[in-house]
Design a protein around this ligand. Structure first.
Ligand code: ATP
Length: 329
């Protein structure tokens, strides 16, 4: 993989709290990479260190090959940072806001006008040019933040929880903008605590829990963990009383009831082998259950994520283990 962000054995300690605990990963150039974890998992802290806004307690971060501690200015020129919250100013219009930041970044004259115009076009802010920046909706504010982060045309965009608090329409617009950025060849590293928000839009997902990276892969690989674990799920509808199905499940050792439904139930079969599942299902019929529907149930991403966290909690699945180095006092 041509990695544009390389993180190696990263640690951040706040007093007694090990907020980031031996995290290593790569983000591929031109990819959209999702960073998932519950509140307090350590996502913002990791992103802030990548964006040169905080210092690692130990470990290494490179952006396009540049070490963030050795070359912070260079790294800042390569990165656009969109924090989860940022301040707007009273009585400053959208145009003035972006123009101010373009000036602060060193753009002058025609070039500055062009940069501001370009990001306003991209983020669809032109119709709002004269609107005061502190009087925007949440969705418009996010687009303004995105515009600000894109002013210097960075290679890599880091977005911390950009979809939080957005209504469904604004979310769709945001996803569209992110896909457009990816099409232009930019790398987008984006965090959320809601997996379904990122699942379909990311090429790669990183999962953090309690300061550690607990899984990485695409959305399908997360779902497949359940399959590897050797179980499969089926919704079974029966004609007549669903209790007949529940009783049958009780009598059969390789099947268990996960959820009772109006017309039957969702069952777990202790194998992901389709032949074994077919055998179990055919037994239901040959034992006299009047089955009117079998449906294989895809596990949704949230279920897969929760299962994975439970697995890690049991000490079963942490894929990236790291030995904490001796930390500076
Ligand atoms: P959220 O989705 O809530 O933003 P997160 O995954 O981004 O969560 P972080 O903000 O990175 O999590 O926080 C990780 C842990 O580090 C939390 O327990 C947080 O309280 C703590 N933390 C973060 N910054 C500091 C700081 N400057 N001083 C002390 N503790 C901090």
């Amino acid at each position: 993989m041509d990695a544009v962000i390389e993180v190696r054995n990263l640690h951040r300690v706040f007093g007694k709290l090990h907020a980031v605990n031996g995290v290593s990963f790569d983000v591929g150039r031109g990819s959209v990479c999702g960073f998932i974890g519950a509140n307090g998992a350590g996502k913002t802290t990791t992103m802030r260190m990548i964006a040169t806004l905080d210092y690692p307690s130990a470990g290494e971060i490179r952006v396009s090959g540049y070490d963030v501690l050795g070359y912070p200015e260079k790294v800042r020129s390569l990165l656009g940072w969109m924090p989860d919250h940022f301040g707007n100013y009273a009585n400053v219009t959208v145009l003035e806001y972006l123009d101010f930041y373009a000036r602060a970044m060193g753009f002058r004259g025609k070039e500055r006008q062009m940069r501001v115009q370009e990001v306003m076009e991209f983020t669809d802010l032109l119709p709002l040019a004269g609107r005061f920046s502190d009087k925007l909706s949440k969705g418009m504010t996010q687009r303004l933040g995105l515009g600000r982060a894109l002013l210097h045309d960075p290679e890599v965009l880091i977005m911390d929880e950009p979809a939080a608090g957005l209504d469904p329409k604004a979310r769709v617009e945001l996803k569209h903008l992110i896909r457009l950025l990816a099409k232009e060849g930019k790398t987008v590293f984006i965090s959320s605590h809601i997996l379904s928000e990122l699942g379909e839009m990311c090429d790669h997902l990183l999962f953090m829990d309690g300061g550690r990276l607990v899984h990485q892969g695409d959305a399908e690989s997360l779902k497949d963990r359940g399959q590897e674990a050797g179980v499969s799920y089926y919704v079974v509808h029966v004609f007549g009383e669903p209790e007949l199905l529940f009783n049958w499940v009780e009598m059969n050792p390789h099947v268990s009831l996960v959820e009772s439904l109006k017309k039957g139930g969702k069952v777990e079969i202790d194998s992901s082998d389709p032949e074994k599942a077919a055998y179990v299902l055919s037994r239901m019929v040959s034992d006299g259950l009047k089955v009117i529907e079998f449906r294989r149930e895809e596990r949704n991403l949230e279920d897969a994520f929760i299962d994975m966290l439970e697995d890690v909690g049991r000490g079963g699945g942490a894929e990236i283990a790291a030995t904490p180095p001796s930390l500076p006092s």
